[in-house]
Design a protein around this ligand. Structure first.
Ligand SMILES: [Zn+2]
Ligand SMILES: [Zn+2]
Length: 603
């Protein structure tokens, strides 16, 4: 035999595998099943080396388990909705569906040539009507149970194109298309109440210990961000301003209160205080900053509202301000400021000459409050009856004391926010609701699903293409039959990827998203392989969906992914791949064609 001719030999065996259906997964005894999954790709058009490595790891595991006698489910599909297809439509005039399915063709060929042991019968693309109708069905289940709801939310808005922009479409504060300064604007949006699941998502991380990389578990814990504290009331006349604090032990040192600019009370109080003009001007300025910019601001700026609030502990009046570094999305959107014991407050107090009153004295040594805030533990001073108490102990004691006065209560909060799933774009799953003048928000009946994307749509880059489709927008109310308008928002594509692993268990089902039986047979995914960059969003959303499905009786397991392998971790053991790429002058982003040509150069 003369050498190894991959083209000849591999193609021969790949054809043979396919003919015999050797990788088709069948439901047998539960104990013999293994579900091996790699995060499905976005069909950008070409497989890159990052994919190849990821899929090779999964494939090696799947083959190994098959050889050990397990019945292995190892499917592949496409995370196919999203922005790039729509951008291609705007720039090249090619329909997103055509662009996407063409890319899928190309990538499927490349994956086949690599000889991975997939059960191709289970292939799915999230932009298939047979798939996204179940997105819509799931959304309706959530809506019925109050897990999906509508409220207004801040978005990036280009005033020139009159369109909402994704964070990645905002480049240095300007619109990626026309360069106009982007502003923040409030529009009605659909949310999923993931915060209702915060404690369960946190508690069940315990079950993943030792099975998931520690780093991922830690990132999720952080992202959920549970904090124990108190909700305190600062009265402005009769109006209570509620603040959340994790340091109720320092309340005697609160020398001012700050409201987020968007807080509904900000303008009202400014009117009372005769500072309306100044505050309005300030709000305009803040609107030009994104949330991210505001949370990392070096230059903290604020305006005095002209009114005073009563510190619930001291009974003294302290000034009320608004400032750019306080976000409405966090806590109650208002904070009590203790400049002696919080560095951000200290900086603000120094800038505007507000009083600094120390209330915690370090156990060791002295602290110079002229140089900064003391954020550590110590003994209470300037704190009335609580003087001399340990600051940790005082947290609960002071909270309960204020509770007796009707001015506070213990409170647990989470950093995790409800998930805004509304996107003002075409290439996604239409949100299945209708607006009727008489009946209000009406869910599309399940038997009328899917709400399909209309084909004859213009992609001008202005506004939401769905909004300009008369055929799509105009409909009749499912309840009363009167003319009504369809919701034109589509779903965040993370919705699609939050349950695709369940659809693989039963991909041809036309009656249900998946049958309980097949989900029970194949789930959980035994080994999930993917990038560390998905540590929070995708991996957290999937856990949330799994818990929701469990609540409505569709699945039995609490957690979708038993064992998680992230590339970041595997990389260490696969140094040789990295070295090989380096030696060839390639990177992970290099295409297969480039690899082929480099290899043939060597031969
Ligand atoms: Zn623009
Ligand atoms: Zn109606």
């Amino acid at each position: 035999m003369k050498g190894y001719d991959p083209k000849k030999i591999e193609r021969k065996w790949q054809t043979e595998w396919e003919k015999r259906g050797v990788f088709k997964a069948k439901e047998k005894a539960k104990s013999s099943k293994r579900y091996v999954l790699e995060m499905f790709p976005y069909p950008s058009g070409k497989i890159h080396m990052g994919h190849v490595r990821n899929y090779t790891i999964g494939d090696a595991i799947a083959r190994f388990l098959r050889m050990k006698g397990y019945e292995v489910l190892h499917p592949m599909g496409w995370d196919a909705f999203g922005l790039p297809a729509e951008n291609a439509a705007i720039k090249q005039g090619i329909h997103p569906a055509r662009w996407t399915y063409r890319n899928i063709e190309q990538m499927r060929e490349q994956l086949r040539a690599l000889g991975f042991s997939y059960d191709w019968d289970r292939e799915l693309a999230t932009c298939d009507e047979e798939y996204y109708r179940w997105n819509q069905w799931i959304f309706l289940q959530m809506l019925r149970r109050g897990v999906a709801y509508r409220r207004s939310a801040l978005v990036n808005w280009c005033p020139h194109d009159e369109t909402v922009l994704a964070n990645e479409q905002v480049i240095e504060g300007k619109c990626w298309r026309c360069g106009t300064q982007v502003v923040q604007r409030e529009i009605p949006s659909w949310f999923l109440r993931i915060t209702d699941y915060a404690q369960r998502l946190l508690d069940d991380l315990e079950k993943l210990k030792g099975k998931w990389p520690e780093r991922v578990v830690a990132q999720q814990r952080n992202w959920i961000g549970r904090s124990q504290g108190a909700l305190l009331k600062f009265l402005v006349g009769e109006t209570p301003v509620e603040v959340f604090t994790t340091r109720p032990d320092t309340v005697f040192g609160a020398t001012f209160v700050v409201l987020a600019p968007e807080h509904p009370l900000t303008l009202r109080l400014a009117e009372e205080g005769g500072k309306e003009e100044e505050v309005k001007e300030f709000l305009e300025k803040v609107k030009r900053l994104s949330t991210r910019e505001r949370s990392t601001l070096r230059d903290k700026e604020g305006v005095f509202l002209g009114v005073y609030a009563v510190n619930p502990a001291t009974g003294r009046e302290i000034p009320v301000w608004t400032a750019n570094y306080v976000l409405y999305e966090y806590g109650t959107g208002a904070i009590m400021c203790v400049p002696a014991h919080d560095q951000r407050d200290w900086e603000f107090a120094k800038k505007y000459d507000l009083p600094v009153i120390p209330v915690v004295k370090p156990y060791q040594g002295a602290w110079d409050f002229e140089r900064g805030a003391y954020e550590g533990r110590g003994r209470l001073v300037n704190s009335g009856d609580f003087n001399g108490m340990d600051s940790e102990e005082a947290k609960e004691k002071i909270t309960l004391w204020l509770k007796d006065k009707g001015l506070g209560e213990p409170k647990t909060t989470y950093r995790l926010k409800d998930w805004n799933v509304s996107r003002q774009r075409y290439w996604g799953t239409p949100i299945p609701v209708v607006y009727c003048d008489r009946c209000g928000v009406v869910p599309v009946p399940e038997e009328s699903l899917p709400v399909k994307l209309p084909l004859g749509v213009e992609f001008s880059g202005r506004g939401n293409p769905l909004g300009s489709s008369e055929e799509f927008v105009n409909t009749t109310c499912p309840k009363c039959g009167a003319p009504a308008k369809r919701e034109t928002d589509t779903m965040d594509t993370f919705f699609d990827s939050s349950w695709y692993f369940l659809r693989y268990c039963d991909p041809k089902n036309e009656q249900e998203a998946f049958s309980k039986e097949s989900a029970h047979y194949w789930m959980p995914v035994d080994i999930y392989v993917g990038g560390i960059e998905h540590a929070v969003l995708h991996l957290l959303y999937s856990r949330f969906f799994q818990k929701f499905f469990k609540d409505i009786g569709l699945v039995e397991e609490d957690e979708p992914f038993e064992k998680l392998i992230t590339q970041g971790m595997v990389l260490k053991k696969w140094v040789s791949v990295g070295r090989l790429l380096e030696a060839l002058g390639l990177t992970e982003e290099s295409g297969v064609e480039e690899l082929k040509s480099k290899l043939s150069e060597l031969a």
